[in-house]
Design a protein. Structure first.
Ligand code: GMT
Length: 409
């Protein structure tokens, strides 16, 4: 539970239900910097950048900062309450003239309103498009008072969308105009500088996980409900977009299943789920593949896993793999983007070329058929999460950055 003894589970907010809601009682934790009032904007849907932004907001609130989420819906992982957490809905008014409702403008207006009404110290936007453009507009609307904004780049905002000709000039501009820019891996920092021709400093603050929430926990998983004692459990978690190559997950699993009794847990949902279900039927493993759909408390399902699979075409970081590692689950991932910064091949799991399902299945079998290796890699995975990526280590980096940005003004 995120907020320890004082935590209470929030009643889910329906979009439109509350414009400005104080999310209830909770307790502050420790605060190393001055308390700040921070507006956070992210995509509230099921995706890595939204998860990082939400967890960041929760952690900052626990440390005594006032956090104001500004988005079109309550972020999906925001299931806990705290008296320093607030949500401000962005209402996008439609009109027959608009083929495309101008969300960027509605967001900028709401950022401006919240900055004034709540006396915000700064804005922190996750995912450059269009959030950093809205923040730029809000800062300009505040004229002399202004408000600094920090942009955190997550991956596809640079690698897929941002580099597209339609968005490139605006993405480059809003990154250059940000008061500070962070990338979630060294890989993404390099790509941003090279492909967008960015000359300003882009700092790396890696993604993080709450190691008290994501931890090995016997009994956290109702494993017996889904698999027998003899069966090994392989787990995948994503938004099932093409970049995740979910059909490779099924392909890898089918190869493993030919050799040993096993089940595959598919957590999440998205456009490629139907194809993955079809492939499972084609391969004759549909009875062994369980689609859980979108889940909030993913830590309990991750805890069921003997191996976590992430065969993506591209990952700037691979947050889902880190969450599995923190639960002590060895991982088999593609060697792409920033993944090697998180997982060291042969230590916390194995890396293989994207698209090489045969190697991935052999690597998964290697772990599953050797209990010593499995135990060693599981412990190494947990240790790496603890030493490098725990929120206790990473959140202070954001706090220092915020302080610096405010002082620079
Ligand atoms: O690919 C996703 O899951 C969505 C995307 C997002 O922005 O929501 O994820 C990106 O950000 C995550 C959180 O920082 C990273 O862990 C993912 O690696 C990154 N995805 C890609 O680079 C494809």
């Amino acid at each position: 539970m995120l907020f320890g003894q004082k935590a209470v589970r929030a009643a889910k907010f329906e979009p439109g239900q509350a414009k400005q809601c104080n999310l209830g009682p909770g307790g502050a934790a420790f605060l190393e910097t001055q308390p700040m009032r921070i507006g956070i904007t992210c995509y509230p849907t099921y995706g890595g950048s939204g998860v990082v932004a939400t967890e960041l907001g929760l952690e900052l609130a626990l440390r005594g900062h006032d956090i104001h989420f500004i988005s079109y819906a309550v972020p999906v992982r925001m299931t806990d309450t705290h008296n320093r957490l607030h949500f401000h809905e962005v209402e996008v008014v439609n009109y027959p003239l608009f083929d495309h409702p101008p969300y960027t403008l509605a967001l900028a207006s709401q950022m401006y309103n919240v900055a004034v009404n709540e006396q915000l110290d700064l804005l922190h936007v996750h995912y450059a498009i269009p959030h950093s453009v809205s923040a730029y507009l809000a800062r300009a609307m505040l004229r002399e008072r202004g408000i600094p904004f920090v942009t955190t780049l997550h991956g596809t905002d640079i690698t897929l969308v941002g580099a597209n000709r339609s968005y490139l000039p605006m993405t480059r501009f809003s990154i250059e105009e940000s008061n500070a820019v962070t990338a979630i891996s060294e890989y993404l920092r390099r790509v941003t500088v090279q492909e967008l021709g960015i000359e300003r400093t882009v700092e790396v603050i890696p993604n993080f996980v709450n190691c008290d929430v994501f931890k090995p926990a016997d009994g956290a998983c109702q494993r017996d409900d889904f698999a027998t004692r003899r069966e090994k459990v392989l787990v995948h978690l994503s938004n099932f977009r093409p970049v995740k190559r979910v059909t490779d997950v099924v392909e890898v699993f089918a190869r493993v299943r030919r050799r040993i009794p096993a089940k595959l847990f598919m957590i999440g949902d998205g456009p490629d789920r139907v194809t993955a279900e079809w492939l499972a039927r084609e391969k004759g493993v549909e009875r062994d593949v369980i689609f859980f759909g979108k889940q909030n408390q993913v830590q309990s399902l991750l805890n069921c896993g003997d191996v976590f699979l992430l065969p993506s075409e591209m990952e700037s970081f691979g947050l889902a793999a880190l969450e599995a590692m923190a639960c002590g689950v060895p991982v088999v991932c593609s060697r792409v983007g920033g993944v090697p910064e998180v997982i060291r091949d042969g230590l916390e799991g194995f890396l293989a070329p994207a698209g090489d399902s045969e190697t991935m299945s052999l690597r998964a079998l290697q772990i599953l058929e050797d209990s010593d290796l499995h135990q060693r890699m599981g412990q190494a995975a947990r240790a790496r999460a603890l030493s490098e990526f725990c929120s206790t280590k990473i959140i202070p980096l954001y706090e220092s950055l915020y302080q610096r940005v405010m002082e620079e003004r």
